[in-house]
Design a protein around this ligand. Structure first.
Ligand SMILES: [Zn+2]
Length: 506
């Protein structure tokens, strides 16, 4: 129950809603309630601009050096193995866990990392939209009652799916009737649609019915909660060039090519986790180089998408393209281990970081940092030694983690950019003033949400000084990491017992 004096709060998370897109939605004019939240928005700088790392920064209020998740993959520096991250890699509690520790009832739809669900008291946790191999909820009844009938992400009917999904959330909130005074809803729209159907970048009307569904949800939240926030975990845009980091490192002798392909290709790994069969299609390096030089990469990609859809319809499996040459993970000295890692790991002791840093700085189209310039905290070592993103404002994005035979590919490629949004509408209107038009790091969100709800923020929050300036009233802090480690340990121990029981029973 909500205690007296506490504000009710709702957070709507829209994956990949770009800061620059606010103008598009305003122009279109079909999302009046969403626009109310966007009126007061600032830009959210998200580094790295990748879902499994940026959402945890948003939800915890600390950078990856403190929460421990830098990308889809965890890289083991000793063995050089890559594996998909899970919620157990997270080292700092998220908003719903912090609320639980304060005894406040809340609903969290799609926490990230989303798998496995770590059950905590007072939290309803639903996880069924992003990467989880098993859609589920805690308590179990919620999934059964509201989401059972909403089919999974069937290709081709995504729009129908998301409209139904938003409807299911509304049904749940209406029946809940304010019992949970705090609600956080993360949706994979528009990210999923931007990737599949980039025309949406030019025109919101391409997904009109989805926007209308989300706008109705925004209206419900505005009507029923004191404070409503809107947040996204990065932006999205078209790029004119892709820069291949591993080609640079190959040319300078840090990367060795492999005979056998050991890449844990993301698309592959996520599909397999969900039990979808995949088939890798090797694109010969010479052919790729030729296509790239002729500037035909965008067309080639469209043809591949068409073939892949056909394949999926006929066989139910998924085609995964592999361009260029795989790198040798053990003999190479420094490399970007997987796509979407936004950085270089240096594995060999006799490679100096300054040297690699200097080399990368000579190439145009890149923004480069030594990891400690961006991140701090006990888990900084899990991330890359040098952080690299494309120079997004000049149209450069990173290429795949392979050696493709050319450093720059001229193309028309749509993917994440650094700037998400953060907007608010609060009962006293105080926060809006300081958020509107500003530029913030993504770690600002959780502490601001917590303090405006009236809950002590984490003492480890990255932006405490800024929070104290922005929040109305005195900001209280508390340490939550110890409690979170205990919760995780208990959960892990229980998991072990359950899996042992399963083994005995089978
Ligand atoms: Zn995302």
């Amino acid at each position: 129950m909500v205690s007296a004096g506490m504000k009710t709060t709702a957070v709507l998370g829209l994956d990949a809603l770009p800061y620059w897109y606010i103008g598009k939605l305003r122009e279109w004019g079909q999302t009046p309630h969403l626009n109310k939240l966007l009126e007061n928005a600032g830009a959210l700088e998200c580094i790295p601009p990748i879902t499994p790392s940026s959402w945890p920064s948003i939800m915890t209020g600390v950078n990856p050096g403190k929460h421990g998740v830098f990308s889809f993959h965890h890289v083991d520096r000793a063995s050089r193995q890559r594996r998909l991250v899970s919620s157990l890699d997270l080292e700092h509690p998220r908003v719903h866990e912090i609320l639980s520790f304060n005894g406040i009832e809340n609903i969290m739809v799609n926490p990230i990392p989303d798998y496995p669900i770590i059950p905590v008291k007072k939290s309803v946790i639903i996880s069924n939209m992003f990467f989880t191999p098993r859609p589920s909820s805690h308590p179990r009844e919620y999934y059964e009652r509201y989401f059972r009938g909403v089919e999974g992400l069937g290709e081709g009917n995504y729009k129908e799916f998301i409209v139904k999904y938003v409807g299911a959330i509304e049904d749940m909130l209406v029946e809940d009737n304010g019992r949970h005074g705090f609600v956080w809803l993360t949706l994979n729209f528009p990210d999923h649609e931007f990737h599949k159907n980039p025309r949406l970048l030019d025109n919101p009307a391409v997904s009109a019915e989805v926007w209308r569904g989300i706008d109705r949800l925004a209206k419900y939240l505005l009507d029923n909660f004191d404070n409503v926030f809107l947040v996204s975990d990065h932006g999205f845009r078209f790029f004119n060039f892709r820069v291949s980091i591993n080609d640079i490192l190959y040319n300078h002798g840090f990367v060795v090519l492999a005979k056998k392909d050991e890449e844990v290709a993301l698309h592959d790994a996520l599909a397999q986790q969900k039990g979808i069969r995949t088939r890798r299609v090797r694109v010969p390096a010479k052919l790729y180089r030729l296509v790239a030089r002729l500037g035909l990469e965008p067309q080639a990609r469209r043809v591949f998408r068409f073939v892949a859809r056909l394949y999926s319809r006929l066989t139910g499996g998924e085609l995964v393209p592999r361009t260029g040459m795989p790198i040798d993970y053990h003999r190479s000295k420094a490399y970007m281990p997987e796509s979407g890692m936004y950085g270089v790991y240096i594995f060999d002791d006799d490679v100096g970081r300054d040297e690699v840093y200097r080399i990368l700085r000579e190439y145009k189209g890149l923004r480069i940092w030594k990891t400690e310039e961006l991140f701090s905290g006990p888990f900084t070592g899990r991330g890359p030694d040098i952080v690299v993103v494309g120079d997004h404002e000049r149209g450069y994005s990173l290429g795949p983690a392979r050696v493709v035979g050319t450093i720059y590919v001229k193309t028309k490629y749509h993917t994440h950019d650094l700037w998400g949004v953060f907007g608010a509408r609060t009962s006293d209107g105080f926060l809006e003033e300081s958020i509107r038009g500003g530029l913030f790091r993504n770690t600002i969100v959780a502490p601001l949400v917590l303090c405006s709800t009236g809950v002590p923020v984490s003492r480890h929050s990255d932006d405490l000084e800024l929070i104290e300036k922005m929040c109305p009233g005195r900001v209280e802090t508390a340490v939550y990491t110890g409690k979170f480690q205990v919760v995780k340990s208990i959960f892990k121990a229980r998991q072990k017992i359950t899996s042992r029981k399963r083994m005995v029973n089978s």
